[in-house]
Design a protein around this ligand. Structure first.
Ligand SMILES: [Zn+2]
Length: 428
């Protein structure tokens, strides 16, 4: 039976169904920020063929062409969020987190994640780097693949799978020692174990390696945010070396003094959160080209809830974070837009992060750049996304008015195209 069946299939494909020629669509934009310069171009026509941008001209579309009229809108490159958790639906308190790991199956959580991914796309995020599943195994690898295969709608995804921390450092915590509870990470100890975990995670399909480099924060009398570093420097170096050897990058959750310092010394590719970063480490970040992904909004969002649980340090950290962000900006550290969405409810638009970046000293153009080319470069996708240029994916969003005049326009995305397909077009 088998050989016969294959022959039949061969016959069918040999009969040569003609590939339909890729569809051509025109976008007429009232103005355009292309992601390369900060100047707006007025009355621009973008021709899209298949999933790619073809030409960008000042001419009107040809008569009879398929035109999407955005002439009263401002067009921008699709936004990129480099720090999300689609498998997480908010975790202000330990209880919020634990219930997801204890009472929801991975299958159920993955169904929820498809909704989060769809929300991300609707907000205008056409690419995300999802930085670990919080106990849901490699469900992000499956979701990434399902989106890429157009099974479900969502942003382009780069994923980190299970992430790593050392034994005992990561929730779930506080249960009877007789119970075997799930963990939000893969626990690894010792350089060899770390290398093995990197190999295992990469073989299971992750794009990025994510590590948690510190925990247990407190503010010293001199205002420095101190921590307990999780990994030894040898362990971190083993992770970074093994990941880089296999052409993968490392994102390090590092919120305070020692976690950041060890991560920077080990040569990770991005510092996540970085609420406190010493000046000397900022200098090293510039020298090594290490990105800072500050995730400002989530800190403000969770602070009151965590303070109510007794961890007042989260309130103090807001001011420390602002100061660090301002120092990083001044030092010229590369900053990529990232929000930790999923750490807050996906019903909240992660684009709220932009207004805080501007409040803390970025120009609106810098904030937008962080979510366009800067984020694309961190992800190694600078030839595919991050700007509106011929040959790149047609990932284009639109907002009602100029975001460089009013950064909160980015919370009003009303048109979303990803790879030439329109996912959202709210009629004004
Ligand atoms: Zn996170």
């Amino acid at each position: 039976m088998k050989p016969f069946l294959s022959a039949a299939i061969l016959c069918l494909s040999a009969s040569g169904f003609a590939q339909p020629s890729p569809k051509t669509t025109y976008l007429r934009c009232g103005s355009l920020y292309d992601g390369k310069t900060d100047a707006a171009r007025r009355n621009v026509t973008i021709r899209i063929t298949g999933d790619k941008i073809d030409t960008i001209t000042d001419n009107a579309a040809p008569a009879g062409a398929d035109v999407i009229d955005l002439s009263r809108e401002v067009c921008l490159p699709g936004l990129i969020d480099t720090h999300t958790h689609v498998l997480l639906q908010g975790d202000i308190t330990a209880a919020d987190y634990d219930v997801q790991l204890l009472k929801q199956s991975t299958a159920y959580r993955t169904i929820l994640a498809t909704v989060s991914a769809r929300r991300a796309l609707d907000y205008g995020f056409t690419t995300i780097r999802d930085l670990e599943t919080e106990g849901a195994g490699y469900a992000d690898v499956d979701l990434r693949n399902a989106i890429a295969a157009a099974v479900v709608p969502g942003p382009r995804m780069k994923v980190a799978g299970r992430a790593m921390d050392v034994t005992g450092a990561y929730p779930l915590h506080g249960y009877s020692w007789e119970l075997k509870v799930p963990k939000g990470v893969q626990e690894v100890d010792g350089a060899d174990d770390c290398r093995k975990a990197v190999r295992e995670q990469i073989s299971n399909g992750v794009d990025w390696i994510k590590v948690y480099s510190d925990r247990s924060y407190f503010v010293r009398p001199d205002g420095v945010l101190d921590d307990v570093p999780t990994f030894t420097i040898d362990e971190l170096r083993a992770i970074v070396d093994e990941a880089h050897r296999e052409r993968h990058k490392v994102a390090s959750h590092a919120a305070a003094l020692n976690g950041v310092h060890n991560s920077v010394e080990a040569g990770v590719n991005s510092i996540e959160h970085g609420m406190y970063i010493a000046d000397a480490d900022l200098t090293t970040m510039v020298a090594k080209g290490i990105y800072y992904v500050p995730t400002l909004f989530v800190g403000e969002y969770v602070a009151q809830g965590r303070a109510a649980e007794g961890a007042k340090v989260w309130v103090d950290m807001i001011k420390i974070h602002e100061d660090t962000f301002r120092r990083a900006l001044k030092a010229g550290v590369k900053i990529a837009f990232g929000t930790d969405a999923g750490g807050f409810d996906w019903k909240i638009d992660p684009a709220k992060e932009f207004a805080i970046m501007v409040k803390y000293g970025m120009s609106p153009a810098q904030a937008l750049h962080a979510a366009n080319m800067s984020a694309a470069e961190l992800l190694g996708m600078q030839d595919e996304v991050g700007s509106i240029e011929p040959g790149k994916f047609a990932d284009i969003v639109a907002v009602p008015a100029d975001p460089l005049q009013d950064i909160q326009q980015l919370e009003k995305v009303d048109f979303v195209m990803k790879g030439g397909t329109v996912y959202r077009h709210a009629q004004p």
